[in-house]
Design a binder for this molecule. Structure first.
Ligand code: NAD
Length: 382
């Protein structure tokens, strides 16, 4: 066994032999602000239940980020906190930030506000691929704003968005030319940036229905033409996966006309920003949506798609499911524990089918439960 290869397997460092099945993982746990501590606590509880049932051990290194780090250290993310995250096998994050209009955290320069911690950790960990599933639970179909005949028996897609390149990271400036102000943003993509995120998308498709829809604007943009060329090259290494190219304007329409056609959508940073929000909206429930941001190895940061919800913090009413499902993504993508990830997802489906709901997804005739009870119910069904 190549010792370098061993180092790349999370948990392997604490093991003596290939025959040992029980795995040990170190997770950097960032509770953050608002509802963050409540939802991360529930996700840890679920992970520990998985650990008990399948014989793994999850160790948590608590890391401060966001407003709580500002209060403690004066900055939203310390170098030490970033180092702890780097040394872990994966990062689990609740959410950061406070009430923007009414918090001392926002009376400072943007680089000292809670959300700056997020940008710093994404950059520091080189997380270039953002993965956001958009899944419609049968039991929550009523929350979907689309017509029944469009929803059919539900949809299940994943958006893979390039996160560290493109228009948001290109050179930009504003100048005055002949007395008229003009602003310039530049959209740059290298072959390398496209290839690495495309590989992620195809790898994910291999674990799903084996279809990738690559979204671009190749009828106009050079960067999109390069995108299409490189994605086609990557596709050759995945003959089992069907590749389809789609223009971004068409994709925006198709998402609401026929969302069931999609399995994995692969796209660049700005298109992904917009399309992933559109895809989340059609599921109708923000408290249910997980996400992952990955780097070149299997390392990732896992967090719910929603924010810190300061309006409901500390009331034991936040929906912990998005964070719990993010923990399931961690098991699947960073630790290759597919069976264990399935167990969490199945438990969530069961709890919903039995009619349990947190307040954000509450419906007539259902049983309303709080954050802690929802976590307990999911644990009991694992
Ligand atoms: P938000 O997602 O926190 O809340 C929007 C609405 O959804 C609120 O009414 C909230 O109560 C509700 N909500 C969100 N998550 C919920 C859950 N799990 N269960 C039940 N209800 C839930 O968005 P916002 O209000 O625009 O932002 C609040 C703070 O969060 C801001 O400081 C913002 O900057 C920050 N934020 C952080 C992240 C992150 O950490 N990744 C992402 C987005 C926003």
């Amino acid at each position: 066994m190549d010792p370098e290869y061993k180092k790349k397997i999370p948990g392997f460092k604490s093991m003596g032999s290939w025959r040992v099945k029980e795995m040990e993982y170190t997770i950097a746990a960032i509770s953050g602000d608002g509802i963050g501590p409540e939802i991360v606590r529930e996700a840890k509880k679920v992970l520990d239940k998985i650990g008990q049932k399948y014989g793994h051990k999850f160790n948590y290194e608590d890391v401060l980020m966001g407003g709580i780090s500002i209060d403690t250290y004066g900055v939203p993310l310390t170098d030490e906190a970033l180092e702890t995250a780097k040394k872990s096998d994966a990062v689990l994050l609740g959410a950061v930030g406070g009430n923007v209009g009414n918090s001392r955290w926002y009376d400072v320069a943007p680089n000292l506000r809670p959300e700056a911690g997020l940008l710093a950790i994404r950059k520091g960990l080189n997380l270039f691929a953002n993965i956001r599933p958009a899944y419609l639970y049968n039991d929550l179909a009523g929350a979907c704003p689309l017509k029944k005949e469009i929803i059919g028996d539900g949809f299940d897609m994943v958006i893979v968005r390039e996160l560290t390149g493109g228009l948001y990271f290109g050179e930009r400036h504003t100048e005055t030319v002949d007395g008229v102000e003009q602003a310039t943003d530049t959209l740059v993509y290298s072959e390398k940036e496209i290839r690495r995120v495309a590989i992620k998308a195809f790898e994910i498709a291999m674990k799903r229905k084996k279809k990738v829809t690559s979204v671009d604007k190749a009828n106009v943009l050079d960067s999109s033409r390069l995108w299409r060329k490189v994605v086609a090259e990557v596709a050759k290494d995945y003959p089992e996966v069907t590749l389809e190219n789609m223009l971004v304007d068409n994709c925006a329409m198709q998402l609401v006309m026929n969302p069931r056609q999609f399995d994995v959508i692969l796209t660049e940073n700005m298109f992904g920003d917009i399309l992933s929000d559109e895809a989340s909206m059609i599921t109708g429930s923000i408290g249910m949506l997980s996400s992952a941001s990955l780097n070149e190895s299997k390392f990732g940061l896992y967090e719910p798609s929603h924010g810190s919800a300061p309006d409901i913090a500390g009331k034991d009413i936040a929906n912990p499911i998005a964070t719990i499902l993010s923990a399931a993504m961690m098991l699947r993508f960073s630790f290759d524990l597919d069976k264990e990830a399935d167990a969490i997802e199945d438990a969530v489906r069961k709890v919903l089918a039995e009619g349990y709901r947190t307040v954000d997804i509450m419906d007539e005739g259902k049983k309303q439960v709080g954050t802690t009870e929802m976590g307990n119910l999911i644990c009991e069904r694992i």
